[in-house]
Design a protein around this ligand. Structure first.
Ligand code: 475
Length: 806
C-alpha cells in the first residue's frame, strides 16, 4: 500500500506537476498528493453515479451561496482510509506530511456558520450514502484575509484560486445560458391559453466545476458543482477592430463579475444588484442542470418530486421557486397548477437567522429590471396565496399584510423569506428554540395558514473533521475506552461517561489537552508575539464579530477582571488566557471598533507586570477553518454568550464541547440542547432568557437600571469610554460605550453582573481540578447527538423522503 502510494505521488509529481521530486516545494508535494488522492475519489464517484442512475434513486440538491470547506487534503485522505499510508509514503520520500498539508490554501467560500454547515452536510450526505449534489458559486475570491494593523482590522483580497485547485474537474459539456433583464412577450395560443416568453437583454454562460465530496470510509462520493460565469462573447470584435480595446472586453468583465467574489457580510444582505445577479445566476444554472438530468433519465417532469429534493440554504437561492415555475411553464409548457404542485413538492427551505436586518428583501424596481418574468410569476403566486389566506382568515387584513410576498410598506419589496415559505413543503429552523421562535414571531401568521410546514432540524457538525482529524489525541483515547467502532458510530462515546471519575483517564484527557494547548501557544506566539502559559485556562470566543454575539460583553468582563486583579494581586486568581478571533464585515463599524478594543485591552493587560501571568489577552488574526482546527482542540472554556433569542443555533458551541471545553453560555440556540445533553452541572449558564429579553424590549427598559445597580459595570464602562485602554486616543470608544448606555439593543449591561458571576464560578471549578476534568469528560461523552450524520438522517426521513440507514 505504502509503495503504491509512493509511486502514485511520484508519478503525479513528475507527469502532472511537471517537477523533478528533488526540486519540489511543499506546494508541489501538496499538488501531487491531492491529485493522487483525487484519482481514488474519482473512481468511487463515477461508480456512485452509475448506481444512482440505474437504481432510480432520489437525489438531494443542496443549493447554497456558501460552502466554507477549508483545506481538503486530510479530509479526503482520511475518509478514503489513506491518511496513514500517504503519511508513511511521504516520510519514505523524506517529506513531512504536516508541511504538505499546510501548503493547501483554505477554500473559504463562505462567511461563517451557514457556509460551514453546508460543508459539514456535504460530508455527512456522502457518509450516509445519500446521492446528493451541492450547487453553488466558484468564487475567484473567497472571504477576505484579515490583517490586524495597529489593532485595527484591515481587509485584503483572498486568493485561493490564484494557482487553480487540484480538486476540481472542469465540465466543458455542462454549460448553461443564464439571462438577465430584457422584456416579456405575451401571446395567446390558438387554444386560448396565455403564454409568456422572456427575451433577456443579456446572456451569461455558467460553466461548471465539480469537486468530489468524499464520505467516511469512501462509502460514497458526491459532487459539489460550482458555477463560474463567462461572457458568451469574450471579445466584441467590432470594437476591438476599431481600437477600443477596453470597450471590446467590457461585456466580459461585466459577466465575469458575477463569480468574482463572495459577499463578506454575515447576516446582513448587501442589497446590491450584483448580489441578486449572483443568486439568480447559480440558481438558474443549477435548475436547468437538474431538470435536464431528470428528463434524460425519467423523461417526464411530473415525477420530479419523487426523484429530487431541493433544499434552499436560507433565502439566498429562494428565487429558485420562481425560476422553477418559469422553466416548467414557459420552457416546458406545463399548466400552472401542475407546475406549482411539482415546485412546492420539490422544494424545502432552511432559515438560519431571525435578525430583522438579515431578512432578505429586494426593491421591486431592481427585481423587475433584472428578472421581469420572475416578478410576474411572483405576483401570480402571491395572488393565489393571498386569496387562500383571505378565505382561511377573512376577518384579518393585518394577517394578509404580514404573509404577503410583497412588502407594501415604505418602498415596495419582494420578501424572499415569504417566497421561500410559500413555495416549499417544509420549512425548518436550526435548533429547538429557533424553530419555536420562527413559529411565534417572524413566521407566525404563515404558520397559522400552513400549520404543519415548520419543522425543527437541530444543526450538527461532522465528527470526522472536528474530532478525528483535528484532535487525534482525544480520538485515540476514545477508541481505547469506547471501542474502535467509535469512529463509525459516535453514539458509543457515551461509554466514556462511566469513566468520568477515573483518575487515570482524567490524567490522559488532561495530557492531550495540554499538548493541544502547547501547539496553540506556539501559533499564538508566532502570529501575535504574545507568550502564553499552556497551564492557564484557555478561554475561547471564536466566531464572526457581531454585536448580538456580544464579544463586547466578554471584553468588558476582561477589563473588570483586570482591575480586580490589580486591586488584589495576591488573591487566589485563576490564570487565564482570553483568546478571541473573528472577522468583521468591512462596513460594520461597531464590530471593527470591538476588534480594536480587544487589541487595545491586550496591549495594556499583556504589558502590565502587575498582572504577571494571571491574565493574557490575545486576538488571533484571520480566523478561518484551519485556525479553528487548531484552537478548538485546545480550548478549556467555550464562550457562547449571545443575547437570548438571537443566535439561531451555533455550531462552534458543538465543536468546542465535543473537544472537552466547558461552555459558559446563555439559554440561546443549541446551547439549550447542549445543556439538556450534558446536564446543568456541567455547563455555566447565565443571563436573561428569551422571554425576559422580549419583556424588556416590549417595555423599553434601557441600560440605566443595570448600570445604576452595578458599581463594577459602571466602573468598567467609565474606564473604557474614558480612554483607560486607549491612552493614545482617549475618546476612541466613547460612541461604542454610549451605545450601551442608551438603547443597549443586545442587553450587554443587563447580563453583565450575571456573566461576571458565572466567570467566577468557572474560576472556582477550574481551581478544584478534578471536577473540571470530570465535567469535560461528561461533555465529550454526551455530544454524540450533535453529529451532522444525525441531522442529515432527520432531513432525509422527515423532509426529503430519501432512504437512509444510519
Ligand atoms: C447562524 N449568514 C448560526 C448557522 O445554521 C447557525 C446571512 C446572510 C448573508 C450572509 N450570511 C448569512 C447567516 O445567516 C448565518 O451564518 N447564520 C448562522 O447559521 C448555521 O448555527 O446560529 O447565525
Amino acid at each position: 500500500m505504502v509503495s503504491e502510494a509512493k509511486s502514485a505521488i511520484i508519478s503525479k509529481m513528475t507527469l502532472s506537476v511537471g517537477k523533478d521530486p528533488a526540486f519540489a516545494t511543499d506546494y508541489d508535494w501538496f499538488l501531487a498528493c491531492a491529485l493522487a488522492a483525487r484519482d481514488r475519489a474519482t473512481l468511487r464517484f463515477l461508480e456512485g453515479k452509475r448506481v444512482t442512475a440505474s437504481d432510480g434513486k432520489k437525489r438531494v440538491y443542496y443549493l447554497s451561496l456558501e460552502f466554507l470547506i477549508g483545506r481538503q487534503l486530510t479530509d479526503v485522505l482520511s475518509n478514503l482510509s489513506l491518511l496513514d499510508v500517504f503519511r508513511a509514503a511521504l516520510e519514505d520520500l523524506g517529506v513531512d506530511y504536516e508541511r504538505v498539508r499546510s501548503a493547501e490554501p483554505d477554500a473559504a467560500l463562505g462567511n461563517g456558520g451557514l457556509g460551514r454547515l453546508a460543508a459539514c452536510f456535504m460530508e455527512s450526505m456522502a457518509t450516509l450514502g445519500i446521492p446528493a449534489y451541492g450547487y453553488g458559486i466558484r468564487y475567484d475570491h473567497g472571504l477576505f484575509r484579515q490583517v490586524i494593523y495597529d489593532g485595527w482590522q484591515e481587509e485584503y483580497p483572498e486568493d485561493w484560486l490564484s494557482f487553480g485547485t487540484p480538486w476540481e474537474f472542469l465540465r466543458t459539456d455542462v454549460v448553461f445560458n443564464v439571462g438577465f433583464g430584457g422584456s416579456v412577450e405575451t401571446y395567446v395560443t390558438p387554444a386560448g391559453i396565455t403564454r409568456y416568453t422572456w427575451h433577456p437583454g443579456e446572456v451569461v454562460h455558467a460553466v461548471s466545476y465539480d469537486t468530489p465530496m468524499v464520505g467516511w470510509r469512501g462509502r460514497s462520493v458526491n459532487p459539489l458543482r460550482l458555477w463560474s460565469a463567462r461572457a458568451v462573447d469574450p471579445l466584441r470584435l467590432e470594437l476591438f477592430n476599431r481600437g477600443d480595446f477596453a470597450g471590446a472586453s467590457s461585456d466580459q468583465a461585466r459577466a465575469e463579475a458575477i463569480s468574482k467574489f463572495l459577499y463578506p457580510s454575515d447576516e446582513t444582505p448587501s442589497g446590491q444588484e450584483l448580489r441578486l445577479r449572483q443568486e439568480y445566476f447559480f440558481v438558474s444554472a443549477s435548475l436547468q442542470d437538474l431538470l435536464s438530468r431528470h428528463r434524460r433519465i425519467y423523461g417526464d417532469l411530473h415525477s420530479l418530486p419523487e426523484r429530487a429534493a431541493i433544499q434552499l440554504n436560507d433565502t439566498h437561492p429562494a428565487v429558485a421557486i420562481a425560476e422553477m415555475m418559469r422553466l416548467l411553464l414557459d420552457e416546458h409548457g406545463l399548466p400552472w397548477n401542475e407546475a406549482w404542485a411539482i415546485t412546492s413538492a420539490t422544494f424545502s427551505y432552511t432559515n438560519h437567522t431571525l435578525l430583522p436586518e438579515a431578512l432578505e428583501t429586494w426593491p421591486l424596481a431592481v427585481f423587475e429590471r433584472l428578472l421581469p418574468r420572475h416578478l410576474q410569476i411572483i405576483y401570480f403566486i402571491n395572488n393565489l396565496h393571498l386569496e387562500a389566506a383571505k378565505k382561511a382568515f377573512p376577518e384579518e387584513p393585518e394577517l394578509l399584510r404580514s404573509v404577503s410576498i410583497i412588502d407594501e410598506r415604505d418602498g415596495r419589496k419582494v420578501r424572499m423569506g415569504q417566497l421561500a415559505f410559500v413555495g416549499s413543503h417544509a420549512i425548518n429552523g436550526v435548533s429547538a428554540l429557533h424553530t419555536d421562535l420562527m413559529r411565534k414571531t417572524t413566521f407566525r401568521d404563515l404558520n397559522r395558514i400552513y400549520p404543519d410546514r415548520i419543522q425543527n432540524k437541530t444543526n450538527g457538525i461532522t465528527f470526522r473533521r472536528w474530532l478525528h482529524q483535528s484532535n487525534p489525541g482525544l480520538t485515540a483515547i476514545l477508541k481505547e475506552v469506547c471501542g474502535a467502532e467509535v469512529v463509525d458510530n459516535p453514539e458509543v462515546i457515551e461509554r466514556l461517561a462511566a469513566h468520568a471519575g477515573d483518575s487515570a483517564l482524567q490524567d490522559r484527557i488532561r495530557a492531550v489537552k495540554l499538548a493541544n494547548k502547547t501547539a496553540l501557544a506556539k501559533v499564538i506566539a508566532e502570529r501575535t508575539g504574545v507568550r502564553v502559559d499552556p497551564a492557564a485556562l484557555f478561554d475561547v470566543q471564536i466566531k464572526r464579530m457581531h454585536e448580538y454575539k456580544r464579544q463586547l460583553l466578554n471584553l468588558l468582563e476582561t477589563a473588570a477582571l483586570y482591575d480586580a486583579i490589580r486591586a488584589n494581586p495576591d488573591a487566589d486568581w485563576t490564570p487565564r488566557v482570553k483568546i478571541m478571533a473573528g472577522k468583521a464585515a468591512a462596513s460594520y463599524v461597531n464590530a471593527k471598533f470591538i476588534i480594536k478594543l480587544a487589541n487595545d485591552i491586550a496591549q495594556v493587560v499583556n504589558n502590565d507586570p502587575a498582572v504577571r501571568d494571571l491574565l493574557k489577552v490575545v486576538f488571533l488574526p484571520n480566523y478561518n477553518v484551519s485556525l479553528a482546527e487548531v484552537i478548538i482542540p485546545a480550548a478549556d472554556l467555550s464562550e457562547q454568550i449571545s443575547t437570548a433569542g438571537m443566535e439561531a443555533s451555533g455550531t462552534g458551541n458543538m465543536k468546542l464541547a465535543l473537544n472537552g471545553a466547558l461552555t459558559i453560555g446563555t439559554l440561546d440556540g443549541a446551547n439549550i440542547e447542549i445543556r439538556d445533553n450534558v446536564g446543568n452541572d456541567n455547563i455555566f449558564i447565565f443571563g436573561l432568557t428569551t422571554d425576559e429579553v422580549s419583556y424588556r424590549r416590549e417595555r423599553g427598559i434601557t441600560a440605566g437600571q443595570a448600570i445604576a445597580a452595578s458599581p463594577m459595570l459602571a466602573g468598567v464602562l467609565n474606564a473604557v469610554s474614558g480612554g483607560r485602554f486607549s491612552p493614545d486616543d482617549p475618546g476612541r470608544f466613547v460612541q461604542l460605550i454610549d451605545g450601551l448606555r442608551g438603547a443597549d439593543r443586545y442587553m450587554v449591561t443587563d447580563d453583565f453582573d450575571s456573566y461576571y458571576a458565572a466567570q467566577r464560578r468557572v474560576d472556582a471549578c477550574w481551581n478544584s481540578g478534578e471536577p473540571w476534568t470530570r465535567s469535560a469528560i461528561i461533555n465529550i461523552a454526551n455530544m454524540a447527538w450533535f453529529s451532522s450524520d444525525r441531522t442529515i438522517a432527520e432531513y432525509a426521513r422527515e423532509i426529503w423522503n430519501v432512504p437512509v440507514d444510519l
